[in-house]
Design a protein around this ligand. Sequence first.
Ligand code: FAD
Ligand code: FES
Length: 257
Amino acid sequence: MMTVVSQKLLAPKIYELVLQGELVNEMKEPGQFLHIRVKRQDLLLRRPISLADINPQEKTCTLIYRVEGQGTLDMSELKSGDLLDVMGPLGHGFPVADITPADHVLIVGGGIGVPPLYALSKAITAKGANVHHVLGFASKEVIFYEEAFKALGEVSISTDDGSYGTKGHVGTILDQLVTKDFQPTAVYACGASGMLRRIDQQFHDHPRAYMSLEERMACGTGACYACVCHLQQDETKTKSKRVCKDGPVFQTGEVVI
Ligand SMILES: Cc1cc2nc3c(=O)[nH]c(=O)nc-3n(C[C@H](O)[C@H](O)[C@H](O)COP(=O)(O)OP(=O)(O)OC[C@H]3O[C@@H](n4cnc5c(N)ncnc54)[C@H](O)[C@@H]3O)c2cc1C
Ligand code: FES
C-alpha cells in the first residue's frame, strides 16, 4: 500500500499523482512501472503506470497518467491521505549504467509516453551527460513538464496541429536534428507505436538505442502471457518476449512493434 500525498491536474485529463511509502526504496530504474489496483471492486485487473519520478529522500514517487477508461477515471478521484494498492516496481527499465559525461543523449517521447522519460533524463543528467529532448504532443493544451525538462537539457516540441513548436510529429524534428553534425551516442524513446516504429527504423543498428513498449496486461509479472510481442530476427515466428517482465524497455531491432 502507498499513501497519496497529492494529486494535481496538469492538463485536460492528465494527472500528476504523488505517492509515498517504503516501496520507493526498491525503485531504482527509470522505465519501470507500478501495477495499480483501483478502488472500484468490479475492476479486477491492475492498471500499469510508469514511474515518472522517484524521490528516495522523501520516500515518494510520481506518476503521470491520462484518463482513458474506468480505471484511470477512478484513480483521478484519489485524494491526499487515501491508500492505494500498488504492486511493483515491475519490469526492466532503461539502462543508464553505461552513461558517461562524454555522451550526447537523444530522448524522444510522445504524449502519455513522456512521463517515464523525466525520471530517465534526471538519471542521465546526474551522470553529467548532455541530453536533447524531442517531445511530441497532440496540441498545445496537453503539453506538460516542458519547464521540468528544460531544467535538464534542450527541449524541442512538436504538436500534431501546429498549435505549439514544430507542426507535425517528432520525426519532423528528428530529420532536422540528427545530421552528420549530431549523431547521438545513446537514444531512448517512449510513445505511441507509430513513433516507436520510426525510432526503430532510424536507429535500428544503433548499439545503445532503447524503446519502452506498451501492451495490454493482466498479471504484470510474467505468468499469464497476455502481453507478448515477437522477436524481429525469428524466422519461425514462435519466439516471444513479455512486455511486463522482459520489457517494457527493449533495444531497437529486438522486437516487432
Ligand atoms: C508498461 C506500461 C506503462 C504505462 N505507463 C503509463 C503512464 O505512465 N501514463 C499513462 O497515462 N498510461 C500509461 N500506460 C497505459 C495505461 O496502462 C492505460 O491507459 C490504462 O491501463 C487504461 O486503463 P483504464 O481502466 O482507464 O482504461 P480501460 O480501457 O477501461 O482499460 C481496460 C483494460 O485494458 C488495459 N489497458 C488499456 N489500455 C492499455 C494500454 N495502453 N496499455 C496497457 N494496458 C491497457 C487496462 O489495464 C485494463 O486492464 C502504461 C501502459 C503500460 C503497459
Ligand atoms: S501481463 Fe501477464 S505475462 Fe505480462
